[in-house]
Design a protein around this ligand. Structure first.
Ligand SMILES: *[C@@H]1O[C@H](CO)[C@@H](O)[C@H](O)[C@H]1NC(C)=O
Length: 296
C-alpha cells in the first residue's frame, strides 16, 4: 500500500472543524440551500475522484497492481453512484447549484487510489452525519440519509473487499462539522469557477500528529488535542510539543483547540486540523468502550 497512515493524515491535515455535541450542531442557522451546495461540493469532488482514476488506470493497470477484474468493475458502479448524487443534488438546487471545480488527487497507481478512496468515503460519511442535524426539510434529510448509507457501503466495500482492512470503526460513526470537513478536502481543490456561490465555511490551518512519538505540529503547549471517535469527543493536553492519546480503533479525527472542556470544542476554539488517525480495527479485539473519559 503506497499510502502510509501518516501520509493519509498529511493529506487530510488541512481539513476543517467539527462542531461538537449534537445540541450545538442543531442550533446551526445554515439554510438548506447552503447545506445542499455543501453536499454537492463534496459529491462533485467524489465524482471527479472516481472518474479521474478510472480514466487514468485501465483494466490492465488494475490487473498489474494485483486486483481482480471485479474491483475496477465495481469502482465503475461507484462512479455512477457519485454521478447520480451530483445529478440529484444539482436538480434539487437548480440554478443555485455549485459547479464542479478542478481537483488534484495524489493517486499515482491503483493501490494509492483505493487507499484514498476508503479515506474519502469515510470523510463523506462523517460530513453527512455532521450536517444531518442542521437540515430543516424532512425530505432533504431522508435524501441525505439515503446518500449517507450508500457512501458507508462504498467505504465498507473498499475497506474490506479491496484493501483487506476493517469496514467500520466501532458501534458509532463519527460526525464532523462543516468547517472540519471543508478543511479536510481543501488540499484536493485546485480552483473553482468564479461563478460558484461562496459557501460560509473556512479551512483551519494544518495539523499533523505522529502516532509513533505523539508529536504534533500546527498546535502548541497550552492547547489541547480534541479526539473525535463515534459520538464522543475528549481533549488531551499538548505538553512539550506532544500529546498522549489513547489507542484508537478504526478511523478517528483530531483537531487542535484552545478549549479544555470537550463539550465546548467547536469552530470558535479550534485552531488547527483535522488530521485523521487510522488504526485498522482488528477482528480479535473488543469494541471501543462506549465513551472516552476526558483528560480534564
Ligand atoms: C463543560 O461545559 C459544559 C457546558 O457548558 C458544562 O456543563 C460543564 O460543567 C463543563 N465541565 C467542566 C469540567 O467545566
Amino acid at each position: 500500500m503506497r499510502f502510509s497512515t501518516s501520509t493519509l493524515m498529511a493529506l487530510v491535515a488541512a481539513v476543517a472543524t467539527y462542531a461538537s455535541p449534537v445540541a450545538k450542531r442543531q442550533s446551526s442557522s445554515i439554510d438548506d440551500v447552503t447545506i445542499l451546495n455543501y453536499a454537492l461540493t463534496l459529491e462533485h469532488l467524489e465524482n471527479a475522484f472516481y472518474a479521474g482514476a478510472l480514466a487514468k488506470f485501465d483494466a490492465a493497470a488494475f490487473k498489474a497492481a494485483g486486483f481482480p477484474d471485479w474491483v475496477r468493475n465495481r469502482f465503475e458502479q461507484i462512479a455512477s453512484h457519485e454521478q447520480s448524487h451530483v445529478d440529484f443534488l444539482s436538480g434539487a438546487l437548480g440554478s443555485a447549484a455549485v459547479q464542479p471545480c478542478e481537483y488534484n488527487f495524489p493517486y499515482t497507481d491503483p493501490a494509492s487510489f483505493t487507499a484514498l478512496s476508503a479515506l474519502i468515503e469515510n470523510v463523506g460519511v462523517s460530513a453527512y452525519l455532521g450536517a444531518a442535524g442542521s437540515i430543516s426539510n424532512a425530505a432533504y434529510l431522508t435524501a441525505a440519509g439515503s446518500i449517507l448509507t450508500t457512501e458507508a457501503r462504498h467505504q465498507a466495500w473498499v475497506s474490506s473487499a479491496v484493501n483487506k482492512n476493517e469496514a467500520w470503526s466501532g458501534p458509532y460513526d463519527t460526525p464532523v462539522g462543516f468547517n472540519v470537513v471543508y478543511s479536510a478536502v481543501t488540499p484536493f481543490f485546485v480552483s473553482c469557477p468564479a461563478s460558484n456561490p461562496a459557501l460560509p465555511f473556512k479551512a483551519f490551518p494544518a495539523l499533523t500528529y505522529d502516532a509513533a512519538t505523539g508529536a504534533v505540529t500546527g498546535a502548541s503547549d497550552g492547547q489541547y488535542i480534541a479526539l473525535y471517535q463515534g459520538l464522543d469527543i475528549a481533549t488531551y493536553p499538548i505538553q512539550g510539543g506532544k500529546v498522549q492519546l489513547p489507542t484508537t480503533q478504526g478511523t478517528a479525527y483530531i483537531t487542535a483547540t484552545s478549549e479544555k472542556n470537550a463539550t465546548l470544542v467547536g469552530d470558535a476554539n479550534i485552531v488547527a486540523g483535522p488530521a485523521v488517525i487510522i488504526n485498522h480495527f482488528k477482528s480479535n479485539v473488543e469494541n471501543p468502550a462506549p465513551g472516552f473519559t476526558s483528560a480534564a
